[in-house]
Design a protein around this ligand. Structure first.
Ligand SMILES: [Cu+2]
Length: 130
């Protein structure tokens, strides 16, 4: 009886985890606040259209995407320092990204868009949409 109850609880917990992960997926356009999942984007070959935040800079600082393309910003800081991706002209603002948190934005309009980190304005970059 006890074992069965324990098993049942474990299954419920697992189902809740899966549900939470699924929901997080639904909101992938937004910041992942509670469960940063971007660590994989911080190691190895840099995926296309990914801007890593490392050592108080954006890497690469200049990124080009086709219209309709998506850029993912990920905080790869070794420390607990939080950063943002904030458009200079206000078109987007990730809010504070904790370590390994990601922020994705789709760029539907052509143009050149400067961005910076809100707490560290010397951190700057540009997204060029063609
Ligand atoms: Cu910063």
């Amino acid at each position: 009886m006890n074992l069965r109850a324990t098993y049942s609880f474990a299954c419920s917990a697992f189902a809740a985890l899966v549900t939470a992960a699924g929901l997080a997926g639904c909101f992938s356009e937004h910041v992942s606040v509670t469960a940063p999942t971007g660590q994989g984007l911080c190691t190895g070959t840099q995926p296309a259209n990914v801007v890593r935040i490392v050592d108080f800079s954006f890497s690469p600082a200049q990124v080009s995407v086709a219209r309709g393309g998506k850029v993912t910003f990920v905080n790869c800081s070794a420390s607990a320092t939080q950063h943002t991706s904030t458009a200079d002209a206000g078109a987007w603002d990730s809010g504070l990204l904790q370590q390994y948190a990601t922020f994705e934005r789709t760029f539907d309009a052509a143009g050149t868009f400067g961005f910076h980190c809100d707490p560290h304005p010397f951190m700057q970059g540009t997204v060029t949409v063609q």
